[in-house]
Design a protein around this ligand. Sequence first.
Ligand SMILES: CC(C)(COP(=O)(O)OP(=O)(O)OC[C@H]1O[C@@H](n2cnc3c(N)ncnc32)[C@H](O)[C@@H]1OP(=O)(O)O)[C@@H](O)C(=O)NCCC(=O)NCCS
Length: 372
Amino acid sequence: MTTISEYRPGLEGVVAAETRMSRVNGQIGELIIGGYALEEIATKATAEEMAFLLWHDRLPNPAELAEFRQRLAEKRPLPPATLSLLESVAQEKVPVMDALRIGAGTLSLGLDEAEPQDLAEAIVARFPTIVAAYWRLLDGQQPIKPDLELGHAANYLYMLTGERPSAAQVRGLETYLNTVSDHGLNASTFTARVIVSTGSDMVSAITGAVGALKGPLHGGAPGPALDMVFEIGSADRAEPYLREKLESGERLMGFGHRVYKVRDPRAEVLGAAAERLFAADGDMALYELAKSVEETAVSLLAEYKPGRNLQTNVEFYTALLLHGLGLDTSLFSPTFAVGRVAGWLGHCFEQMENGRLIRPTSIYIGETDRTW
Ligand SMILES: CC(C)(COP(=O)(O)OP(=O)(O)OC[C@H]1O[C@@H](n2cnc3c(N)ncnc32)[C@H](O)[C@@H]1OP(=O)(O)O)[C@@H](O)C(=O)NCCC(=O)NCCS
C-alpha cells in the first residue's frame, strides 16, 4: 500500500472511489452519466429511466420501465409518522431543506427489513412527497396525495401546485432532474459513500447527504443566484452591481467550480432548457437579463480573479429553469436533492458492493508536551 503523507486541503485531486455512475472532465467541460454524454441523455430520458440507468448500468426495456414506474409510484405515500412529524415541523417554520433532512431520516420506518432495492425505490419515490407535502403545510394548506397515474417529475409538480403540469413543464423538470442526478465524487455523494462504507444503512447515507448538499458552496447557491438577477433588474445595472460585490470580496453565486475550469456543461443544458421553457410560456425578458448578467459576471471574474478560470456553474441556470417552472427559491435546493438522490443511492450500491471503509488520515498539528 502506498502512503500519501501530503495534506491536500479539501481532498482536492485525491481519488477516493471508482465509479461507473458519472465522469466529470473539468478541463474540457464534459459530463458523462451512465455512459451517455449529458447533452445526449438529459433532454430525452424520464426521471425513472435515469434512476434505472444509474442503478443497473443500462436503460430499462419497455416492460421493465412500466414495472419500475409502477413500483416507484406505489411507494410515493409517506408513512403516517413522517407526515405528522412534518406537520409539527411546519409549525416551527423551518426551511424546506431542513424539513427534507428531518423527513429523510424517518424513511426507514416500516422498511427495516426491506431489500436494498426496495428501500432505494422508496427513498427516491418519497423525496418529492416530503418536499411537496411540507411546502404546502408551511403555507397552511393540506398536502396533495400523489397521483399514481403521473410520472415521477409530473407528480412532483402536481403535489406542489395541485395542477397537472404541461408537457413542456414536465420536460423542463425531467431535464433538470437528469442533469443533476449524478456528478462524480461531489461532497454530498462522498458523504453518502462514507456513511455506507461503515456498514451503516442507506437512509442514514441520504440523510447525511442532504445535510452536505444544503451548504451554499454545494447545492445552496441557486436561490441567491436568482435573487442577484432580480436585484440587478436591468442589464445596464449588472456591471456596477457585480463590481461592488467583487470589490467587497463577496463571491458571485452561480460561478466558479472546484472541478470545471471551463463553462459547466450542465449550465449549457439547463440554459437551453430554460430558453425553451421561457419561449413556450414564460418571460423572455428575464431569460435575456440572466444571459447578460452571466456575460458581465464572467468577464468581471476574469478581471478580478485572473488565472482562476471562474465560469458559470450549474446553479445559475438551475435558478432560472426552476423559477420558470413556478418553484419558489426555497424549493431550489430541495429539488436538487430530489434529482441527486438517485445518484446518491447508485453510489451507495457501488460502495456496498466493492467498497472499503473510508477512513483517511490526518496530520496532528497540536501540542505534544503538555502535562496535567
Ligand atoms: C464552488 C466553489 C466553492 C469552488 O471553490 P474552490 O474550488 O474551493 O475555489 P476557491 O474557493 O479556492 O477559490 C479560488 C479563488 O477564486 C475565488 N472565487 C471562487 N469562486 C468565486 C465566485 N463565485 N465569486 C468570486 N470569487 C470566487 C476565490 O475567492 C479564490 O480567490 P483567491 O484565491 O483570491 O482567494 C466556489 O467557486 C464558490 O464559492 N462559488 C460560489 C458558490 C456556488 O456557486 N456554488 C455552487 C457550486 S456548483
